[in-house]
Design a protein around this ligand. Sequence first.
Ligand SMILES: Nc1ncnc2c1ncn2[C@@H]1O[C@H](COP(=O)(O)OP(=O)(O)OP(=O)(O)O)[C@@H](O)[C@H]1O
Length: 321
Amino acid sequence: MGDVVVEAVEVTRTFGRVRALDNVSLAVPRGAVLGLLGHNGAGKTTLVHILATLLPLTSGAASIAGYDVCTQGREVRRRIGLTGQYASVDQQLSGRENIRLIARLLGASKAEARQRTDELLEMFDLAHAADRTAKTYSGGMRRRLDLAASLVGRPDVIFLDEPTTGLDPTSRTALWEHVERLVRDGAAVLLTTQYLDEADRLADRITVLSQGKVVGAGTAAELKAQVGEKALRITLPADADLAVASDALRRSGFTPAADEKDYALSVPVTGSARLSTVVRALDEVAIDVVEATVTEPTLNDVYLNLAGETPAAASTAGATA
Ligand SMILES: Nc1ncnc2c1ncn2[C@@H]1O[C@H](COP(=O)(O)OP(=O)(O)OP(=O)(O)O)[C@@H](O)[C@H]1O
Protein backbone atom coordinates (compact mmCIF):
# COMPACT_ATOMS: atom_id res chain seq x y z
CA MET A 1 0.00 0.00 0.00
CA GLY A 2 1.52 3.32 -1.00
CA ASP A 3 2.24 6.04 1.52
CA VAL A 4 1.15 4.23 4.66
CA VAL A 5 1.22 6.62 7.63
CA VAL A 6 -0.11 4.37 10.37
CA GLU A 7 1.17 0.85 10.53
CA ALA A 8 0.85 -1.90 13.12
CA VAL A 9 2.48 -5.24 12.44
CA GLU A 10 1.53 -8.21 14.62
CA VAL A 11 1.13 -6.06 17.69
CA THR A 12 0.53 -7.93 20.92
CA ARG A 13 -0.02 -6.35 24.33
CA THR A 14 -0.63 -8.29 27.48
CA PHE A 15 -1.69 -7.09 30.92
CA GLY A 16 -0.82 -9.98 33.21
CA ARG A 17 -2.77 -12.86 31.79
CA VAL A 18 -5.08 -10.66 29.67
CA ARG A 19 -4.14 -10.45 25.98
CA ALA A 20 -5.58 -7.02 25.24
CA LEU A 21 -4.14 -7.21 21.70
CA ASP A 22 -3.21 -10.44 20.00
CA ASN A 23 -1.18 -10.18 16.78
CA VAL A 24 -3.01 -7.14 15.42
CA SER A 25 -1.92 -5.72 12.07
CA LEU A 26 -3.36 -2.74 10.24
CA ALA A 27 -2.30 0.05 7.92
CA VAL A 28 -3.79 3.46 7.13
CA PRO A 29 -2.60 5.33 4.03
CA ARG A 30 -2.57 9.12 3.71
CA GLY A 31 -5.99 10.53 2.85
CA ALA A 32 -7.90 7.55 4.24
CA VAL A 33 -10.05 6.68 7.25
CA LEU A 34 -9.70 3.34 8.98
CA GLY A 35 -12.66 2.49 11.20
CA LEU A 36 -11.80 0.43 14.24
CA LEU A 37 -14.84 -1.41 15.56
CA GLY A 38 -15.13 -3.51 18.65
CA HIS A 39 -17.29 -3.83 21.73
CA ASN A 40 -16.12 -2.77 25.17
CA GLY A 41 -12.86 -4.46 26.08
CA ALA A 42 -12.06 -5.47 22.47
CA GLY A 43 -8.71 -3.65 22.61
CA LYS A 44 -9.39 -0.41 20.70
CA THR A 45 -8.11 1.97 23.37
CA THR A 46 -5.04 -0.17 23.97
CA LEU A 47 -4.19 -0.03 20.27
CA VAL A 48 -4.71 3.74 20.03
CA HIS A 49 -2.62 4.25 23.16
CA ILE A 50 0.22 2.18 21.70
CA LEU A 51 0.11 4.08 18.40
CA ALA A 52 0.08 7.39 20.30
CA THR A 53 3.14 6.32 22.36
CA LEU A 54 1.13 6.35 25.60
CA LEU A 55 1.64 2.64 26.20
CA PRO A 56 4.45 0.23 25.24
CA LEU A 57 3.67 -2.88 23.22
CA THR A 58 4.63 -6.37 24.34
CA SER A 59 5.67 -7.62 20.89
CA GLY A 60 5.33 -6.64 17.25
CA ALA A 61 6.02 -3.23 15.73
CA ALA A 62 4.13 -0.02 15.05
CA SER A 63 5.00 3.20 13.30
CA ILE A 64 3.56 6.59 12.41
CA ALA A 65 4.85 8.19 9.20
CA GLY A 66 7.69 5.69 9.30
CA TYR A 67 8.73 6.56 12.87
CA ASP A 68 8.80 3.71 15.37
CA VAL A 69 6.37 4.31 18.24
CA CYS A 70 8.70 2.60 20.73
CA THR A 71 12.00 4.25 19.88
CA GLN A 72 11.03 7.51 18.13
CA GLY A 73 8.26 8.75 20.40
CA ARG A 74 9.08 12.41 20.03
CA GLU A 75 8.85 12.27 16.20
CA VAL A 76 5.62 10.28 16.46
CA ARG A 77 3.99 12.72 18.90
CA ARG A 78 4.76 15.64 16.58
CA ARG A 79 2.74 13.96 13.84
CA ILE A 80 -0.42 12.91 15.65
CA GLY A 81 -3.54 14.62 16.92
CA LEU A 82 -5.76 12.99 19.54
CA THR A 83 -9.39 13.83 20.09
CA GLY A 84 -12.32 12.32 21.90
CA GLN A 85 -11.88 10.74 25.29
CA TYR A 86 -8.59 12.62 25.51
CA ALA A 87 -10.32 16.00 25.26
CA SER A 88 -7.71 18.65 25.82
CA VAL A 89 -10.06 21.61 25.97
CA ASP A 90 -10.02 23.74 29.13
CA GLN A 91 -13.63 24.67 29.91
CA GLN A 92 -12.63 27.83 31.77
CA LEU A 93 -10.83 29.33 28.75
CA SER A 94 -12.43 30.78 25.64
CA GLY A 95 -12.21 28.92 22.35
CA ARG A 96 -9.61 31.39 21.17
CA GLU A 97 -7.52 31.07 24.35
CA ASN A 98 -7.62 27.28 24.15
CA ILE A 99 -6.27 27.13 20.62
CA ARG A 100 -3.75 29.90 21.13
CA LEU A 101 -2.38 28.23 24.26
CA ILE A 102 -1.79 24.96 22.42
CA ALA A 103 -0.12 26.78 19.53
CA ARG A 104 2.23 28.53 21.97
CA LEU A 105 2.93 25.25 23.79
CA LEU A 106 3.86 23.73 20.43
CA GLY A 107 6.39 26.50 19.93
CA ALA A 108 4.60 28.99 17.65
CA SER A 109 5.48 32.68 17.97
CA LYS A 110 2.73 35.05 19.16
CA ALA A 111 1.95 36.13 15.61
CA GLU A 112 1.96 32.58 14.26
CA ALA A 113 -0.26 31.42 17.13
CA ARG A 114 -2.73 34.23 16.44
CA GLN A 115 -2.88 33.39 12.76
CA ARG A 116 -3.29 29.64 13.26
CA THR A 117 -5.98 30.25 15.89
CA ASP A 118 -8.00 32.49 13.57
CA GLU A 119 -7.63 29.97 10.78
CA LEU A 120 -8.85 27.03 12.90
CA LEU A 121 -11.73 28.92 14.53
CA GLU A 122 -12.89 29.94 11.07
CA MET A 123 -12.47 26.42 9.67
CA PHE A 124 -14.60 24.88 12.44
CA ASP A 125 -17.35 27.52 12.44
CA LEU A 126 -16.37 28.80 15.86
CA ALA A 127 -15.28 32.35 14.99
CA HIS A 128 -18.60 33.79 16.21
CA ALA A 129 -18.08 32.19 19.66
CA ALA A 130 -14.31 32.57 19.84
CA ASP A 131 -14.31 34.76 22.95
CA ARG A 132 -16.88 32.85 25.01
CA THR A 133 -15.62 30.35 27.59
CA ALA A 134 -15.76 26.79 26.31
CA LYS A 135 -18.10 25.80 29.13
CA THR A 136 -20.86 27.83 27.43
CA TYR A 137 -20.45 25.83 24.19
CA SER A 138 -22.93 23.21 23.01
CA GLY A 139 -21.77 19.59 22.76
CA GLY A 140 -21.21 19.94 19.02
CA MET A 141 -19.18 23.14 19.43
CA ARG A 142 -17.02 21.51 22.10
CA ARG A 143 -16.27 18.55 19.82
CA ARG A 144 -15.37 20.94 17.02
CA LEU A 145 -13.09 22.89 19.35
CA ASP A 146 -11.51 19.63 20.51
CA LEU A 147 -10.91 18.60 16.90
CA ALA A 148 -9.54 22.07 16.05
CA ALA A 149 -7.21 21.87 19.08
CA SER A 150 -5.84 18.53 17.90
CA LEU A 151 -4.99 20.05 14.51
CA VAL A 152 -2.92 23.00 15.72
CA GLY A 153 0.35 21.20 14.98
CA ARG A 154 -0.85 20.10 11.51
CA PRO A 155 -0.71 16.37 12.31
CA ASP A 156 -0.40 13.72 9.58
CA VAL A 157 -2.52 11.34 11.63
CA ILE A 158 -5.67 12.05 13.61
CA PHE A 159 -7.00 9.62 16.20
CA LEU A 160 -10.72 10.17 16.55
CA ASP A 161 -12.05 8.33 19.55
CA GLU A 162 -15.84 8.12 19.42
CA PRO A 163 -16.04 11.65 18.03
CA THR A 164 -19.82 11.97 17.92
CA THR A 165 -21.02 10.09 21.00
CA GLY A 166 -23.82 12.08 22.57
CA LEU A 167 -24.23 14.56 19.70
CA ASP A 168 -27.54 15.33 18.03
CA PRO A 169 -27.93 14.30 14.36
CA THR A 170 -27.22 17.79 12.97
CA SER A 171 -24.00 18.17 14.98
CA ARG A 172 -22.92 14.66 13.99
CA THR A 173 -23.34 15.43 10.31
CA ALA A 174 -21.44 18.71 10.72
CA LEU A 175 -18.55 16.92 12.44
CA TRP A 176 -18.51 14.21 9.77
CA GLU A 177 -18.21 16.89 7.10
CA HIS A 178 -15.21 18.39 8.91
CA VAL A 179 -13.56 14.99 9.11
CA GLU A 180 -14.20 14.36 5.42
CA ARG A 181 -12.55 17.65 4.56
CA LEU A 182 -9.47 16.83 6.64
CA VAL A 183 -9.16 13.53 4.84
CA ARG A 184 -9.51 15.21 1.44
CA ASP A 185 -6.65 17.46 2.53
CA GLY A 186 -4.47 14.39 3.08
CA ALA A 187 -4.83 13.42 6.77
CA ALA A 188 -4.93 9.78 7.78
CA VAL A 189 -7.64 9.09 10.34
CA LEU A 190 -8.03 6.21 12.75
CA LEU A 191 -11.63 6.31 13.92
CA THR A 192 -12.91 4.27 16.81
CA THR A 193 -16.65 4.27 17.02
CA GLN A 194 -19.53 2.39 18.54
CA TYR A 195 -21.79 3.64 15.76
CA LEU A 196 -21.85 1.46 12.72
CA ASP A 197 -23.52 4.09 10.57
CA GLU A 198 -20.60 6.39 11.36
CA ALA A 199 -18.09 3.77 10.24
CA ASP A 200 -20.18 3.12 7.13
CA ARG A 201 -20.19 6.81 6.23
CA LEU A 202 -16.60 7.76 7.06
CA ALA A 203 -14.37 4.71 6.89
CA ASP A 204 -12.65 3.60 3.69
CA ARG A 205 -11.71 0.36 5.39
CA ILE A 206 -12.83 -1.23 8.61
CA THR A 207 -11.01 -3.48 11.06
CA VAL A 208 -13.17 -5.40 13.51
CA LEU A 209 -11.54 -6.34 16.82
CA SER A 210 -12.90 -8.92 19.20
CA GLN A 211 -11.10 -9.97 22.37
CA GLY A 212 -7.88 -8.44 21.11
CA LYS A 213 -7.93 -10.21 17.74
CA VAL A 214 -8.72 -8.94 14.25
CA VAL A 215 -11.85 -10.88 13.25
CA GLY A 216 -12.64 -8.98 10.07
CA ALA A 217 -11.04 -6.41 7.80
CA GLY A 218 -11.99 -4.80 4.50
CA THR A 219 -14.22 -2.15 2.99
CA ALA A 220 -17.76 -1.94 4.33
CA ALA A 221 -18.98 -3.48 1.07
CA GLU A 222 -16.50 -6.38 1.31
CA LEU A 223 -17.47 -7.07 4.90
CA LYS A 224 -21.16 -6.96 4.04
CA ALA A 225 -20.61 -9.35 1.15
CA GLN A 226 -18.91 -11.80 3.55
CA VAL A 227 -22.03 -11.92 5.66
CA GLY A 228 -24.48 -12.70 2.91
CA GLU A 229 -25.93 -11.09 -0.15
CA LYS A 230 -29.17 -10.06 1.47
CA ALA A 231 -30.69 -9.50 4.86
CA LEU A 232 -34.26 -10.07 5.93
CA ARG A 233 -35.70 -7.34 8.11
CA ILE A 234 -38.58 -8.68 10.14
CA THR A 235 -40.87 -6.40 12.10
CA LEU A 236 -42.55 -8.03 15.10
CA PRO A 237 -45.64 -6.98 17.07
CA ALA A 238 -44.87 -4.34 19.72
CA ASP A 239 -45.57 -6.81 22.54
CA ALA A 240 -43.25 -9.51 21.14
CA ASP A 241 -40.22 -10.51 23.17
CA LEU A 242 -37.18 -9.75 20.97
CA ALA A 243 -34.91 -11.98 23.06
CA VAL A 244 -37.23 -14.98 22.65
CA ALA A 245 -37.50 -14.29 18.90
CA SER A 246 -33.69 -13.96 18.58
CA ASP A 247 -33.13 -17.23 20.45
CA ALA A 248 -35.60 -19.03 18.23
CA LEU A 249 -33.81 -17.77 15.10
CA ARG A 250 -30.40 -18.65 16.49
CA ARG A 251 -31.63 -22.21 17.13
CA SER A 252 -32.53 -22.34 13.43
CA GLY A 253 -28.99 -21.32 12.46
CA PHE A 254 -29.47 -17.59 11.88
CA THR A 255 -27.53 -14.69 13.41
CA PRO A 256 -30.19 -12.06 14.07
CA ALA A 257 -29.43 -8.44 14.94
CA ALA A 258 -32.08 -6.79 17.09
CA ASP A 259 -33.37 -3.27 16.56
CA GLU A 260 -35.24 -2.69 19.81
CA LYS A 261 -36.52 0.72 18.84
CA ASP A 262 -38.49 -0.58 15.88
CA TYR A 263 -39.29 -4.08 17.24
CA ALA A 264 -37.38 -5.52 14.32
CA LEU A 265 -34.82 -8.22 13.71
CA SER A 266 -32.41 -8.32 10.82
CA VAL A 267 -31.16 -11.67 9.61
CA PRO A 268 -28.42 -12.09 7.00
CA VAL A 269 -29.53 -14.72 4.51
CA THR A 270 -27.36 -16.89 2.37
CA GLY A 271 -28.47 -19.05 -0.55
CA SER A 272 -30.52 -21.70 1.22
CA ALA A 273 -32.07 -19.60 4.00
CA ARG A 274 -35.67 -18.81 3.26
CA LEU A 275 -38.24 -16.42 4.62
CA SER A 276 -40.44 -19.43 5.33
CA THR A 277 -37.77 -20.92 7.63
CA VAL A 278 -37.65 -17.66 9.56
CA VAL A 279 -41.42 -17.45 9.83
CA ARG A 280 -41.63 -21.08 10.96
CA ALA A 281 -38.95 -20.59 13.63
CA LEU A 282 -40.88 -17.61 15.02
CA ASP A 283 -44.18 -19.45 14.75
CA GLU A 284 -42.78 -22.17 17.00
CA VAL A 285 -42.41 -19.61 19.78
CA ALA A 286 -45.82 -18.09 18.94
CA ILE A 287 -44.47 -14.82 17.53
CA ASP A 288 -46.13 -13.28 14.47
CA VAL A 289 -44.35 -11.44 11.71
CA VAL A 290 -45.90 -8.02 11.03
CA GLU A 291 -43.72 -7.21 8.04
CA ALA A 292 -40.74 -8.73 6.25
CA THR A 293 -38.54 -6.91 3.76
CA VAL A 294 -35.38 -7.94 1.96
CA THR A 295 -32.55 -5.41 2.34
CA GLU A 296 -28.82 -5.17 1.87
CA PRO A 297 -26.97 -6.40 4.98
CA THR A 298 -25.99 -3.56 7.30
CA LEU A 299 -22.72 -3.17 9.17
CA ASN A 300 -24.72 -4.15 12.23
CA ASP A 301 -25.30 -7.56 10.63
CA VAL A 302 -21.60 -7.78 9.77
CA TYR A 303 -20.56 -6.92 13.27
CA LEU A 304 -22.85 -9.43 14.83
CA ASN A 305 -21.60 -12.12 12.51
CA LEU A 306 -17.91 -11.40 13.10
CA ALA A 307 -17.73 -10.29 16.70
CA GLY A 308 -20.70 -12.15 18.12
CA GLU A 309 -22.44 -9.11 19.51
CA THR A 310 -23.00 -5.51 18.58
CA PRO A 311 -20.78 -2.81 20.09
CA ALA A 312 -22.14 -1.51 23.38
CA ALA A 313 -24.60 1.33 22.84
CA ALA A 314 -24.63 0.60 19.12
CA SER A 315 -27.66 1.92 17.44
CA THR A 316 -28.61 1.74 13.81
CA ALA A 317 -30.98 4.61 14.40
CA GLY A 318 -28.72 7.43 15.55
CA ALA A 319 -26.41 8.63 18.23
CA THR A 320 -28.42 10.80 20.51
CA ALA A 321 -27.50 8.73 23.56
N1 LIG B 1 -4.05 -1.04 32.36
C1 LIG B 1 -4.66 -2.22 32.23
N2 LIG B 1 -4.47 -3.21 33.14
C2 LIG B 1 -5.09 -4.39 33.01
N3 LIG B 1 -5.92 -4.71 31.99
C3 LIG B 1 -6.16 -3.77 31.07
C4 LIG B 1 -5.55 -2.48 31.13
N4 LIG B 1 -5.97 -1.75 30.06
C5 LIG B 1 -6.79 -2.55 29.37
N5 LIG B 1 -6.91 -3.77 29.96
C6 LIG B 1 -7.72 -4.90 29.47
O1 LIG B 1 -7.42 -5.09 28.10
C7 LIG B 1 -8.60 -5.39 27.35
C8 LIG B 1 -8.79 -4.38 26.25
O2 LIG B 1 -9.16 -3.11 26.81
P1 LIG B 1 -9.37 -1.77 25.96
O3 LIG B 1 -9.60 -0.66 26.92
O4 LIG B 1 -8.25 -1.62 24.99
O5 LIG B 1 -10.69 -2.09 25.16
P2 LIG B 1 -11.61 -1.11 24.31
O6 LIG B 1 -11.93 -1.86 23.06
O7 LIG B 1 -10.97 0.20 24.15
O8 LIG B 1 -12.89 -0.96 25.20
P3 LIG B 1 -13.73 0.37 25.56
O9 LIG B 1 -14.62 0.61 24.39
O10 LIG B 1 -14.48 -0.08 26.78
O11 LIG B 1 -12.75 1.47 25.84
C9 LIG B 1 -9.72 -5.45 28.38
O12 LIG B 1 -9.88 -6.80 28.78
C10 LIG B 1 -9.19 -4.60 29.52
O13 LIG B 1 -9.76 -5.02 30.74
